[in-house]
Design a protein around this ligand. Structure first.
Ligand code: GLC
Length: 818
């Protein structure tokens, strides 16, 4: 029996409903009555600026116009609203210009230029329509709340109509079918070692989904940190419900009509990733654990000897002294600063793990400081929250306390002085051996608002990594930190990247990796990745290579494995696989400028980095069930190979013209193609009209000072824009507009092809030349015109009719023609 079933109640009569408050017998606890209250007929309303308050005499609903496309709803059962505070939405991004209010005989209407929020008078149902009055999202029944007999609190409920074929996407990292219709989920951050397909909940809680009704998309962000539930037509095909075990029924309706609009607008509420340091986009090698020092030095040397690019090496818990955070095991690492420098000298960044559990040890300064300052979480009876994790008996900082966050941020000073470049935040669900997590009664500061663990549990990890990120940012001065976290809540992207936790070395987990990353990307967390190869279990060479291939196209690319597994480096499976792994890691490095530009578009505009096919063509019904094609950024489409022995794949391409990345064969979109993909290949297609920047293969970011940059221009008969972003790569100068964004516009016909360049920004790269390769020209050019003047430019042709020219980086227009 799951949580919802436990409290399912006998049918309520209309008379009871009209009475407002019902007292019905609870079948579980015998005689104790459960109080359950639905909103009743609206009695009055009032407007305060862009807030409208509707009351049924006892409960009040607030309708807040946030922007033309975002409306926030919240319900106060007894008309007293809770403090308007959110960890997910630090500041409501008000932008609504004009809105109006109308009352008709049957309803009230709050209308912006694009959305109508309709509040029916009699049933108090809330619906959203577009400006053509097409209904997009409607309450099935009035919002309600009911006593929670298990916890002594209450549930808040919202039930929407679900239309036949309405599809649902989002909710973070659920390891399940991409379209969530027919499923029920809960959000409660949970340490799920070796999780299985369909297991729920996992490590993160992102209570945001995108609905796709016919061809119109909308979003619902239920900003509630308690344990929340979502039922997408599981209990009843015609209903979608979401509810929480406490807190407020507060949700944002986010208008589309495109999925991309919804995701972008969700980012305006919850924020985007700051620009990561460029090196963080390289390949990372991790294991539980690389120690002692000689081992990690040898690892670094092997990468360089074998010329397999790598930017970061990780130290798991064994680098610490008895798993005490912020200490070093001096037996294994006698001189960490020297070692970190040695690694840095050969181009490796060192990233170390930190857990929230602080060992109870009077001789350990972190414990002493935390204890003296009362920074650790306490139970309701005032005793400390204690639990066993890696170091044994531990206490846990209350990261929902701003003072504790400040303290925690400062604790990284030593690691930063040692030269550590990134912090991996683990076990922050929070995980506790045995009991799983904290008991519900643990108290939290909750930024001064106070609350039990029921309220703070899902944000604990996010607040830990927030403390880490903010602390590192101060300590690194103007350098960008890398943070990684396992747990998180909506908005965690403002502080960290995310990896999906303890997965398994299996082909099914490779498929889950794809699902989890595309889903996370739609849910605001684009900087995500999985443990390449699978954390537990043993991949064979083929699985590892296919995972590396997918890894090239996950924003965070790190191989990681559990301590009881065999060695798991790119060369661990023999020479054949080593060569293949190297080839694909090199591909990642070639594409780094493209990848970095996709990060910029995420940071600046809230475009997700990974975009599943349904997002590219949402009105094609079949796309709601296609799970394997996605684009990285907006130009490169990937459909990774996910089965053993598979050497070709049917790939669907959205309308338009595409090119096979490897063969340059032209492929028409709007249909399926069979693409060959032996183990040394994978289906990658590039959209016609794209300008893809490429760097030469480097062993680590910035190994080489570039004196020119390559662009691959894919011929198109329709006009296509591409954006290319560059900046210092590791500072925050981009916040002061020190960056350059270039727009390329490509268009061609039967006898010419032109590329125009528009450049904006204050950053000046050092290179002077572009090395441009035209792909797919339908003619062999004989002339080149640069900025209106015919130039004698050397053209190189190869067997694939690619035409290569060099040009000064400041050109405005290049034309190649017959
Ligand atoms: C957890 C992490 C894993 C890490 C291990 C030891 O299981 O998810 O990545 O290696 O702890 O720190």
């Amino acid at each position: 029996m799951d949580e919802k079933d436990k409290i399912s109640l006998p049918e309520i009569t209309i008379e009871q409903l009209e009475e407002g408050v019902q007292h019905v017998n609870n079948p579980i606890v015998g005689l104790k009555p459960i109080e359950k209250r639905y909103l009743q007929q609206v009695k009055d309303y009032k407007q305060v600026d862009n807030d409208f308050f509707f009351s049924d005499g006892e409960s009040t609903v607030e309708v807040k116009v946030v922007s033309d496309e975002i409306i926030r709803i919240r319900m106060a059962p007894q008309s007293t609203f809770l403090e308007d505070f959110s960890y997910a939405v630090p500041k409501i991004p008000y932008t609504a210009s004009l809105f109006s209010f109308k009352e008709t005989e049957l309803d009230y209407r709050v209308e912006t230029n694009t959305v109508s929020c309709i509040i029916s008078k009699k049933e108090f149902l809330i619906s959203f329509a577009d400006n053509q009055q097409n209904m997009i999202n409607e309450d099935f029944s009035a919002m309600h709340w009911e006593e929670n007999v298990d916890y002594g609190g209450y549930y808040v409920y919202c039930t929407k109509k679900s239309h036949k074929d309405e599809a649902y996407f989002g909710l973070g990292d659920k390891p399940t079918k991409f379209n969530m219709r027919g499923r029920r989920f809960q959000n409660w951050n949970t340490d799920t070692y070796s999780f299985a397909r369909d297991q729920d909940p996992l490590y993160r809680s992102i209570p945001f989904y995108i609905g796709l009704k016919e061809s119109t998309a909308y979003g619902i962000f239920f900003d509630n940190t308690y344990k929340t539930y979502f039922d997408f037509g599981h209990e009843e095909d015609s209903k979608t419900s979401f509810w929480a075990e406490g807190g407020e029924l507060l949700y944002y309706y986010i208008h589309g009509p495109h999925m991309m609009d919804v995701v972008k607008r969700y980012h305006t509420l919850t924020g985007t990733h700051p620009m990561p340091p460029l090196w963080a986009l390289g390949y990372h090698q991790c294991r539980w654990s690389y120690y002692p020092e000689s081992k990690i030095i040898k690892l670094a040397k092997t990468f360089r000897d074998k010329k397999i690019p790598c930017d970061a090496l990780y130290l798991d818990i064994d680098y610490m002294d008895g798993y005490r955070c912020f200490t070093w095991n001096k037996k294994y690492f006698p001189d960490p600063k020297k070692m970190v420098k040695e690694l840095a000298d050969s181009g490796f960044r060192t990233v170390v793990i930190i857990d929230p559990g602080i060992k109870v040890d009077e001789n350990y300064s972190v414990y002493k400081e935390g204890k003296d300052n009362k920074y650790f979480c306490r139970r309701s009876d005032d005793y400390f929250m204690e639990g066993h994790v890696w170091p044994g008996r531990c206490q846990f900082p209350d990261f929902t306390n701003p003072e504790v966050r400040e303290w925690w941020g400062g604790l990284f000073k030593g690691l930063v002085e040692t030269g550590v470049a990134g912090i991996w935040n683990d076990m922050n669900e929070p995980a506790v051996f045995g009991s799983g997590t904290f008991p519900d009664d643990v108290r939290h500061n909750y930024d001064g608002l106070r609350g039990s663990h029921r309220k703070a549990h899902n944000v604990y990890g996010m607040q830990m990594v927030r403390a880490t990120y903010d602390g590192l940012k101060k300590l690194y001065k103007n350098k960008r930190p890398l943070t990684i976290t396992r747990a998180g809540y909506a908005g965690v992207q403002r502080y960290s990247s995310v990896w999906t936790g303890d997965n398994l070395a299996s082909w099914d987990h490779l498929k889950l990796a794809l699902l989890q990353c595309t889903r996370l990307s739609l849910s605001g967390v684009s900087f995500c990745g999985t443990d390449i190869g699978g954390f537990t279990g043993e991949p064979d060479g083929e699985l590892f290579t296919r995972w590396i291939q997918l890894g090239v196209f996950t924003p965070f690319m790190r191989a990681h494995s559990a301590g009881d597994t065999r060695e798991r480096e790119p060369w661990s499976f023999g020479e054949t696989y080593e060569a293949l792994n190297k080839k694909f890691i090199e591909l990642r490095y070639k594409l780094l400028p493209y990848i970095y530009s996709a990060f910029w578009e995420n940071h600046k505009f809230g475009f997700p980095i990974l975009r599943p096919i349904v997002m590219l063509e949402q009105d094609k019904e079949g796309n709601r069930f296609r799970e394997e094609e996605f684009t990285f950024g907006d130009k490169i489409l990937i459909s990774p190979i996910l089965n053993p022995g598979q050497t070709s794949k049917i790939v669907y391409l959205p309308p338009g013209t595409w090119y096979d990345y490897w063969t340059h064969e032209k492929l028409e979109g709007g249909e399926e193609h069979i693409i060959q993909a032996e183990l040394d290949s994978m289906p990658i297609c590039v959209k016609a009209g794209s300008v893809i920047p490429e760097w030469p293969v480097m062993q680590y970011v910035n190994e080489i000072d570039l004196d020119e940059i390559k662009f691959q221009v894919y011929f198109s008969t329709y006009e296509v824009n591409s954006y290319y972003y560059e900046d210092h790569g590791d500072t925050f100068a981009y916040e002061q507009d020190i960056y350059t964004e270039k727009k390329f516009v490509v268009k061609g016909d039967a006898c010419s092809c032109s590329i125009r360049q528009f450049s904006e920004g204050l950053y000046t790269p050092r290179y002077e030349t572009y090395d441009i390769k035209f792909i797919g020209l339908p003619f062999l050019p004989t002339r080149v015109i640069i900025d209106g003047r015919e130039q004698k430019v050397e053209m190189e042709f190869d067997a694939l009719k690619r035409v290569r020219i060099k040009a000064n980086k400041n050109f405005k227009e290049i034309q190649v023609l017959i």
